[in-house]
Design a protein around this ligand. Structure first.
Ligand code: PHE
Length: 354
């Protein structure tokens, strides 16, 4: 069976670039998921990413108890010509960027409100204003434009709540100052997480494929290279960049005791969760850890919560994760399996608590 409700692939009228919008599920309500603007070897790779990422958004919304489903937009930029290692976002010229965002907005508008977008890898709040010139179904415009603003501080806060839960479960105390961390990726979310950890007095190492991100490394952190980061002997590894980093090639080399980070789709395949579990490495499902952005944006923009109450909702990520980790222990299954069981049950219940 085709698992997605609807997928639109269109050559953008204004940009000529492939624009892909995947709506995975609206069973629990309107689908939400960010707009990724990134270079891919070909549009098919962008499509594959959109399909995976939108399905993950369905789990993310269900596990966060939100009355929403998953979707994703991918704007496929041409390969940056660096031998296929498309990790650094290729920056298109301003005109092309604006045209591509307008194209994405037009496709989203044509969907008539079953899906709304937000920022993701390669886009930010200012880009949401541009998308908003073609559709109203967009989250996270800057506050002065009527939106809830940058979602990355909330995503980072949710990650910290998750890290405290992981430390309590794995090491017996939520106290971050007693633990060591390696943060892989100092983008908008990763840099916030690193700073919050530094403020909490944790021991941290940071890495990014982009040397220029050294400037975002908080005081007291140690800069290492990304390959080293994956092999680092630390309590917790924090994937905060692109997905697909945990697989048969990387897992054998890991020297961490737990993994919890905001990067979407960290596992190459579900089998990786079993391998991590067998190796005794606690992996916190990214669909739970990374929900802070959507919780905050929907709390402020749809449920009209105050900033303080929205952030309190984000903090519940810690309790959700604790419940999943306990359930996994009790049933002797991996946290991944426990999270999927929960997500499916939530989708069957359809109606949310909130
Ligand atoms: N990039 C966000 C995520 O993966 C997407 C998003 C944030 C969508 C905020 C809407 C609002 O969760």
């Amino acid at each position: 069976m085709f698992p997605h409700e609807q997928v639109i692939i269109r050559r953008g009228r204004e940009s000529g670039l492939p624009i892909i919008v995947a709506v995975h599920s609206t069973t629990r309500g309107m689908a939400i998921g960010g707009c990724r603007m990134k270079a891919y070897p070909g549009w098919q790779d962008g499509l594959a990413d959109a399909l995976r990422l939108s399905a993950a958004m369905t789990d993310k919304c269900a596990l966060a108890g939100l009355p929403h489903g998953g979707g994703k937009t991918v704007i496929v930029l041409p390969p940056a010509g660096d031998g296929g290692r498309q990790l650094a976002p290729h920056q298109p010229g301003d005109d092309l960027r604006e045209a591509a965002l307008h194209d994405a907005g037009s496709v989203i508008e044509d969907l008539g409100g079953i899906y709304a977008t937000g920022p993701d890898v390669g886009t930010g709040p200012a880009d949401m204003v541009t998308i908003g010139e073609r559709t109203t179904h967009v989250f996270c415009r800057p506050v002065e434009h009527g939106g809830s603003g940058d979602s990355s501080p909330a995503t980072a806060l949710g990650t910290i709540a998750a890290l405290r839960a992981v430390c309590a479960h794995r090491f017996g105390s939520p106290d971050l100052s007693r633990r060591s961390f390696a943060v892989l990726g100092l983008g908008r979310v990763g840099a916030h997480v690193a700073r919050l950890l530094a403020e909490a007095g944790a021991k941290i190492k940071v890495a990014d494929i982009d040397e220029a991100k050294r400037a975002a490394a908080p005081e007291g952190s140690v800069w290492i290279n990304p390959d080293e980061c994956l092999r680092e002997t630390v309590d917790v590894l924090i994937p905060a960049a692109l997905g697909g980093l945990l697989g048969p090639e990387t897992v054998p080399a890991l020297h961490c005791r737990a993994i919890a980070g905001p990067a979407n789709n960290q596992l190459v395949s579900p089998d990786t969760a079993a391998t991590l579990h067998e190796r005794g490495i606690l992996w916190a499902p990214d669909a739970v850890v990374s929900a802070g952005g959507i919780i905050h944006a929907t709390a402020v923009e749809l449920r009209h919560r105050s900033e303080q109450n929205a952030l309190a909702e984000v903090e519940t990520i810690g309790d959700t994760l604790t419940a999943i980790l306990r359930e996994a222990d009790a049933r002797r299954i991996s946290p991944y399996e426990a999270s999927i069981t929960r997500s499916i049950a939530a989708r069957e219940r359809r109606v949310s608590r909130r």
